[in-house]
Every structure is written in C-alpha cells, then in structure tokens.
Design a protein around this ligand. Structure first.
Ligand SMILES: Nc1nc2c(ncn2[C@@H]2O[C@H](COP(=O)(O)OP(=O)(O)OP(=O)(O)O)[C@@H](O)[C@H]2O)c(=O)[nH]1
Ligand SMILES: [Mg+2]
Length: 262
C-alpha cells in the first residue's frame, strides 16, 4: 500500500489518501535540440539516472527518477527534434514515445529566444496529447537580448500551462514539478489549441476516425493517426494493415518504465 499526502489549502490539514497502486508516473521531456532538455533532466532527477540505447537503435536514451508530493516519476529525455513528422530515427523515437508510450505528462522544452521556431514542435505535440506543458527555458539569455515572455498570453493562446525557467540556475524548476504533478494527476486538464484543417481534410479525418475507433477500441490520438494515414505515413499504415496498432500502444504502455521497443 502506498500513502500520499494530498495538498490542502491549510498547511495544518494534511489528508492521507491510499492510492490504488504504486506505479510511477511517466513524464516525457521533448524539445528542439539545444534547448536545455538535459540540463532540466539533471535538475529534476539529480543522481537517479540511467542511460542506455533505445532498443534496436543507436540513439542514447536517458531515463531518471524523481519524487514530488509523494508521487514517483520516471522522466524520459527524448532526442532533440525540430519536428515529429519526418522519418529520422530521432524524430521517430520521440514521436512513438509520445504517441504510444502514453506519458502522464509531456514537457515541451523551448528556447525563450526562439519561440517562433520552437512552437512548431510544440503544436505538433499538442495535436497528439492534451497532457502537456510548455517549459520556456533560457529566459536569462532572452532577457539579456531584451526579449520578455508574456506567460499569461502564451498560456491563453496555447491552452496549456507555461513555466519560465533558467535550468542553469534552477529558477522555475519547483514550479515545473508542481505543473507536472497537477497534469499527471489530472488535477488540471489542459485543452491545447488544435490546428484547424481545411474543410476537405477535416471531412476525410471525420470519415476515418470512427473506422479507427471501431477497429481499435481504446485508441487515443485518433485524429492524429487519421491525419498521418491521409499523409501516407508508411509506418502507421503498416501497423493498421497488420492490425497491430494496439499492440504497439500496449507495448508502449508496458514499457513506460522500461524499454520502448517499437
Ligand atoms: N544560460 C542558460 N544556459 C542554459 C540554460 N539551460 C541550459 N543551458 C545551457 O545550454 C547548453 C545546452 O543544454 P543541454 O541541456 O545540453 O540542451 P539539450 O536540449 O539537452 O541539447 P541536445 O540534447 O543536444 O538537444 C548547455 O551549455 C547548458 O548549460 C538556461 O536556462 N540558461
Ligand atoms: Mg540533451
């Protein structure tokens, strides 16, 4: 049995709840290259880290653990990518993990001085999962360049929580942990801004979605998968033809704390 202190408005009133299982929550760390992901990863996990390779790949995989508010988290440092749509090994790993690993929260790390470029990936992730937040890192560098980030406006425009950090100094890391806690415990449920597609495309997506749902009950990110099919994504198409799309998802789930071998 696993006990957890729940947050109470009054510090004197600490409720003890029994959680149904002790399974760690899974948090993915995504972002463009060189945005400070590994520095944030180190800040969050300290010495509790393991590195290896992604199964069957030459790409390094870093995984670490941390505790917050009585919960245990496994953090996965995904390869830095500009997009999730091309077929490079790095992008495929990041994409498959977010899509099939079903993380409890995905932290999208971006460079405060290059938001416009970085938000491309953020929007792609926001189409796949609602359980995400934007970590605007390197704010010290941005400030030096005279760039100020309006957190509230960004949150409103994107529909997801935004945390400003300087991973080098540790500024904002406590708030980042709190937001990860709130999202992975479903205490806050972000509603990311979705991309509006042309009418013809949306009509096709709406035709494909129910077919996918029928063939693969329990499938999430259905809209995203439908869009990839329309685009001619070979990997997704093969998974559907072989009927093993759910198998891929379950593998991702099972391996949230271990190896993701897709
Ligand atoms: N000034 C400043 N430097 C930072 C901050 N975060 C990270 N850095 C530095 O930026 C550089 C890149 O950081 P990494 O953590 O390696 O970035 P990354 O996203 O993991 O990079 P890749 O794994 O290569 O994609 C390092 O020199 C860090 O020390 C920050 O908030 N402020
Ligand atoms: Mg790194």
């Amino acid at each position: 049995m696993f006990f957890k202190k729940s947050n109470s408005k009054s510090d004197n009133l600490v409720q003890i709840e029994v959680l149904p299982s002790r399974k760690s929550k899974v948090v993915a760390l995504a972002g463009n290259p060189n945005t400070g992901k590994s520095t944030i990863f180190n800040r969050l996990t300290g010495l509790k880290q393991h590195t290896g390779n992604w199964p069957g790949k030459t790409v390094t995989r870093a995984e670490g653990e941390f505790e917050y508010n009585g919960d245990e988290y496994v953090l996965i440092d995904l390869p830095g990518t500009y997009s999730l749509l091309s077929t490079s090994e790095d992008e495929e790993i990041a994409r498959d993990f977010i899509l099939f690993g079903n993380p409890d929260a995905t932290v999208i790390v971006c460079d405060a001085s290059a938001l416009e470029r970085n938000l491309n990936l953020a929007f792609q992730i926001m189409q796949i999962t609602n359980r995400c937040l934007l970590c605007v890192n390197l704010i010290d560098e941005a400030k030096r360049k005279g760039i100020e980030i309006d957190k509230e406006v960004l949150e409103k425009e994107l529909g997801i929580p935004v945390v400003l950090t300087n991973a080098r100094s540790g500024y904002g890391i406590d708030e980042l942990k709190e937001k990860i806690y709130l999202i992975s415990n479903r205490i806050i449920k972000p509603v990311p801004r979705k991309i509006e597609h042309r009418k013809e495309i949306q009509e096709k997506v709406n035709q494909i979605k129910p077919l996918l749902e029928k063939a693969f009950p329990g499938l999430y990110s259905v809209e995203w998968i439908a869009l990839r099919l329309l685009e001619g994504d070979q990997k997704i198409r093969t998974a559907i033809e072989k009927g093993n799309l759910l198998e891929l998802i379950n593998k991702g789930l099972e391996n949230g704390n271990g190896d993701l071998n897709l």
